[in-house]
Structure formats: C-alpha cells, structure tokens
Ligand binder design. Structure first.
Ligand code: SF4
Ligand code: SF4
Length: 334
C-alpha cells in the first residue's frame, strides 16, 4: 500500500450511515476490509479478506451469462445451482460486477483515497451535531490499514467531529499507536479469555489482544476522557456463552483495566448472516444455531455484574428468543 499522504489509499468494504450501534449518538461507520482474525461466527465474512472479492446474489440473477463472457480469467461458470466463481482464479477485478445488468454480481471492496473519504463522511455532519454522534472506523480490522485510518481520523478531529476506533485488538502496537491519538473513544472486542479457546474459534491466541487492551486502557486513562473505552463481547452459542468465559473477562477488566472501562456490552448472537456465507461459496458453522434466550442473556449479565467490574457498566443488547422457540424478540438493552 502506498503511504504517501497525497496518494494514500485504503480498501473500504462499505460505509453505513445512521448507525446507532457503533458508539454514542447517530454515527457513520466506515468498514475497512481485511481482518487478521477468522472468527467462526463472523457476521461479516466478506470483511475478512484484505483483497477485493465478488459475490453472486442469486435472487437478482436473470441468467444472461454476461458475466461469463466478461470475466478475463474464465473464473465464472453456470451450474445447476447458479453462477459459480472459482475463487482460486478470481482476481477480484470487478469486471463481472460492472457488466452485470441485474446487479447480481457485487464487488466487495472499493479503494478510497483520503480526501474523498473525508468528504464522503462529512456529508453527515448534521446528524452528528444533533445526536452527539460522529464517525466510527470498523471492519474487518481498521488497524490493518492504519496509515490511512490515522490520517482519516486526524482530519475528522481537526474538523471538530467525534471519532471512534472499533478494533479486535489483533494488531501490531505500532499500528495501534498511529491511530490512538485521533480516536476520541475505543470500542474493543474481548471475545474469549482462554487463549486456547480463542485460538480454536478465531485462529489466534489472545495474548497480544489482551496486551493491546491494557495498553489502550492506559492510553485512554492518561489522554482521553475516562468514558472513552467500551468493551464488547459477542455471546455466541457453544463458543463464548459460558459463564466461566464471562466471569474470566470480568476479572481481567476489573484487575488489569481498573477504572478505564465505562461500558461492557454483551452482544447477543444473531443469525442473519447465513446468506453471506453462501454468496461467498462457503457454509456457516452456526447456521443451525438458535438465537440466545433473553433469560440466558440476563444470567450472563448477572455473571458479568458479579465478576468484579462496576455492575453499572454492564449491559446486553441484540435480538433474542423466548425459551423454546426461535422467533425474534425486539433488541433490548439491560
Ligand atoms: S471479479 Fe474479475 S476475475 Fe473475478 S469473477 Fe469477476 S470478472 Fe472474473
Ligand atoms: S451477468 Fe449478472 S444476471 Fe447475468 S448471469 Fe451473470 S450474475 Fe446473472
């Protein structure tokens, strides 16, 4: 990647407007593409690869075969189940998506330069100002593209906007330190406290992540308003949803990050991403997993509140089911 400030660029998966889940107020969230982790439950599997990709949206396809002849690599074929992409051959050039008349082929990942990206999010300034919101960088892992991300947040801070870094923490210290001075707050994911389980479900142990978390907490306490560090724990059935995990995370937060965390949110698993795995030609390990019950979330929140942290900082969110069925209940926060 070019790191000359005048031509610096990054690969962005998408820009989501009017988000209420990525920090305070109403926010615009920029999702950068590429993540060092490979979480088995990932709700955005298209964000993991650091390269552009395409996927096929079957219910839009009109079967015209334009993509087959457009592909310079011969990576596309039509089978009984629809369009198939040979991902060992596909370069992510996006020609098929550009020529598909039905928008059934979608390009995942667009290269943005710094100034256009700043100009794009500044458009939303009106609702930042009225809601106490701002801009969040997320992913994927934004620290993987830290040269642009740091300058992006710096530019927004200079314009008086609130900024947030949403990170999985699996990044080099240098990349993190490049971004931290320009993040008004940090949203830090802590998924599993046991390193072997972390390795099993995400592809990496958690030592570097926890070291980075302690570092971020120290930075936040000494440089930023103390309300600027939120921890988020995804509650995933059969993976992170056991009481030992929640209690262990709580002990870590209370002993290693004393006073630095203003919110610890348990985020209930959702099962809305199954189609994404199919579009990428894969299968989702959690496709048959039911939503968590609201009672189970209440119990885990109780475990969190008794783990040593200030109980006031604990909340949970997300769609749940009533015991015995899988129908969705409104998202709630306790
Ligand atoms: S992105 Fe490019 S290489 Fe990949 S399938 Fe489409 S046209 Fe072919
Ligand atoms: S060009 Fe688009 S609509 Fe035509 S076959 Fe390919 S994916 Fe389907």
């Amino acid at each position: 990647m070019n790191i000359d400030q005048n031509t610096i660029e990054a690969l962005v998966l998408q820009i989501i407007r009017m988000s209420t889940e990525d920090g305070p107020g109403i926010r615009t969230t920029v999702f950068f593409k590429g993540c060092p982790l490979n979480c088995a439950w990932c709700h955005n599997p298209e964000s993991i690869s650091p390269k552009p990709q395409v996927w096929w949206v079957g219910n839009r396809c009109i079967g015209c075969r334009t993509c087959l002849s457009a592909c310079p690599e011969g990576a596309i074929c039509l089978s009984e189940s629809g369009v198939e992409i040979d991902r060992n051959v596909c370069t992510g050039c996006g020609t098929c998506a550009a020529q598909c008349p039905a928008m059934a082929m979608e390009l995942l990942g667009t290269v943005w330069e710094l100034e256009p990206l700043v100009a794009e999010v500044i458009k939303d300034r009106a609702y930042f100002n009225t809601s106490g919101g701002g801009v969040t960088v997320s992913g994927g892992e934004p620290a993987m593209q830290s040269p642009l991300v740091a300058l992006f947040l710096k530019s927004l801070r200079e314009k008086g906007l609130h900024t947030a870094l949403d990170t999985c923490g699996a990044c080099g210290r240098e990349a993190l330190d490049r971004i931290l001075p320009y993040a008004a707050m940090v949203l830090f994911d802590v998924k599993l406290i046991d390193s072997e389980e972390h390795q099993q479900f995400t592809g990496q142990g958690n030592r570097r992540i926890l070291e980075n978390l302690v570092h971020v907490a120290g930075y936040v306490k000494s440089h930023v308003h103390p309300a600027a560090l939120w921890i988020r724990t995804p509650v995933i059935p059969g993976a992170t949803d056991h009481a030992e995990n929640i209690a262990g995370i709580g002990r870590f937060l209370s002993t290693q990050l004393t006073g630095a965390v203003s919110r610890w949110e348990l985020c209930a698993f959702n099962n809305l991403c199954q189609d994404k795995y199919l579009r990428l030609g894969g299968k989702w390990q959690f496709e048959k997993a039911p939503l968590i019950t609201s009672g189970a979330m209440d119990e885990l929140a109780d475990v969190a509140k008794k783990s040593g942290v200030d109980p006031q900082i604990v909340s949970w969110s997300g769609a749940t089911r009533e015991t015995g069925n899988n129908s969705r209940k409104e998202a709630d926060v306790v």
